[in-house]
Design a protein around this ligand. Structure first.
Ligand SMILES: C[S@@+](CC[C@H](N)C(=O)[O-])C[C@H]1O[C@@H](n2cnc3c(N)ncnc32)[C@H](O)[C@@H]1O
Length: 430
């Protein structure tokens, strides 16, 4: 395929995502299945175009004065990928699979930046309805944070210290352009590359199959460090999902003590068994809703980790389609879920034990307001300090920029160069 045909394919996929509200990965996969002639290089480029168009949907639509799939794909190629109008004309002329020739209005919009400044929500590529909450959470940095959440994410790996060291993994992956993460002591990062570039498929590496490393954003690695699970402790991972945090906690505990991995959705837990085996994590009992209740754990846990269901505003870099699908209704539902999860999880914390409440969102309503309301209705808990836990777990590292007066921590792409993530700690006093 040539670029004209790839742009046409991106338009098709974007239309499918928009009109049928399909997850972008599914739409891309279906397109690939229906167009077997497209090679893996073509599919990468089409995927990059589609993801970048969704990341910058609002700002590109504003510049084009047209947010149709066609306008977004053309603007992504010419503006976001900096190929320019002349090159776009060339690839369109040169390819019978390319979209129809540019209109005068498209040509004008691609040639000249609009004179007036974009509204803040547009410049930040944040949905208009969410802007008040987003900007309240991030203050003067809101536009910069929105823009950072609209960039491509790096590939972050967490070295599994049960099986390997960071040096060993870095040596084995020396053929890849990577470096140590700035904060996590067991993180390795592959920086994103622009335009058509393809990132390495690190899951195909022998070291991945041997369980020497996992794919995990640095923010999640930091979450496990802040939770400070120690060898020998009793830990409940109450929203374990596919087990990302469970594995990180097991490594910190050096396979000593016990982790109970629970989730109320069996299907989400399903991958955990294979992941635990690959990682060599032997101190984890998986408890799904059908394998028995958690009653024996009430009041027994040194640590209950609540990686709560949330809107995912902190992971828009990786899931840009979710940014535009999010609705007020979905946010309200997540807020209800979070109250339910916190109230259910708290009873497992033993006196003197701690509850860590985390989300991959940056919104105050899901974060600060949620944990503060929990503390308000649970006199048996007192507020701990996530920022103090961060300083203890990561000595010598700079204090993150976004810390609430109560000591809760908000990691963000523009401030910590991670996904957006919220961390808070509470301690049971009675
Ligand atoms: C952010 S995800 C967890 C991700 C996971 N900890 C990881 O690191 O891969 C939130 C999880 O909470 C689970 N969940 C939602 N409501 C719950 C409830 N009432 N009790 C337990 N888990 C719940 C969801 O099924 C989902 O898997």
């Amino acid at each position: 395929m040539k670029d004209g045909g790839r742009i046409a394919a991106a338009i098709e996929v974007l239309a499918e995502v928009e009109s049928r509200r399909r997850p972008v990965q599914d739409a891309l996969k279906d397109w690939g299945n229906a167009h077997r002639f497209a090679g893996s290089g073509d599919r990468t480029i089409i995927g990059n175009l589609v993801f970048d168009a969704l990341r910058h949907k609002q700002s590109l639509g504003w510049q084009m004065q047209d947010a149709s799939p066609r306008a977004l794909a053309l603007a992504t190629y010419a503006l976001n990928w900096q190929q320019g109008l002349a090159r776009l004309d060339e690839v369109m002329a040169d390819d019978r699979h390319a979209p129809a020739a540019l209109s005068d209005a498209e040509r004008a919009a691609l040639a000249t930046p609009r004179a007036e400044p974009a509204p803040e929500a547009t410049a930040a590529d944040v949905p208009d309805w969410l802007w008040p909450a987003f900007s309240a959470a991030l203050g003067a940095d809101a536009v910069a944070e929105g823009q950072a959440l609209a960039r491509r994410a790096p590939i972050d790996m967490r070295v599994n210290t049960l099986k390997a060291t960071r040096d060993k993994v870095m040596k084995r992956l020396a053929h890849i352009d990577l470096h140590e993460t700035a904060l996590s002591p067991f993180g390795i990062r592959v920086e994103p590359k622009p335009g058509a570039a393809r990132l390495p498929h690190v899951q195909a590496e022998e070291g991945y199959r041997k369980g020497w490393f996992e794919l995990q954003d640095e923010a999640s690695q930091i979450a496990a460090l802040v939770a400070a699970a120690r060898p020998g402790e009793q830990v409940l991972d109450f929203c374990a999902g596919g087990g990302g945090k469970t594995l990180a906690l097991a490594a910190l505990m050096e396979n000593r003590g016990q982790i109970y991995a629970y989730d109320n959705d069996r299907l989400r837990l399903a991958p955990i068994h294979e992941r635990l085996a690959r990682a060599g994590a032997r101190n984890v009992q998986v408890r799904d809703p059908q394998s028995g209740s958690l009653d024996d754990l009430v009041g027994q846990m040194d640590l209950v980790f609540v990686d709560a269901p949330c809107t995912g505003t902190g992971v828009w870099r990786r899931r840009p389609d979710s940014k535009w699908r999010l609705s007020e209704k979905a946010l309200a539902e997540r807020l209800e879920d979070q109250i339910r999860v916190l109230d259910a999880a708290q009873r497992f914390v033993k006196p003197g034990g701690r509850l860590v409440y985390a989300t991959c969102s940056v919104l105050q309503a899901e974060n600060h307001d949620q944990i503060e309301a929990f503390l308000g209705r649970n006199a048996g808990f007192r507020r701990g300090s996530a920022v103090a836990a961060f300083a203890a777990a990561l000595p010598g590292k700079p204090r993150p920029k976004h810390v609430t007066p109560e000591g809760h921590l908000v990691l963000t792409p523009a401030s910590t160069d991670t996904d957006g993530f919220f961390l808070s700690v509470a301690e049971r006093i009675s």
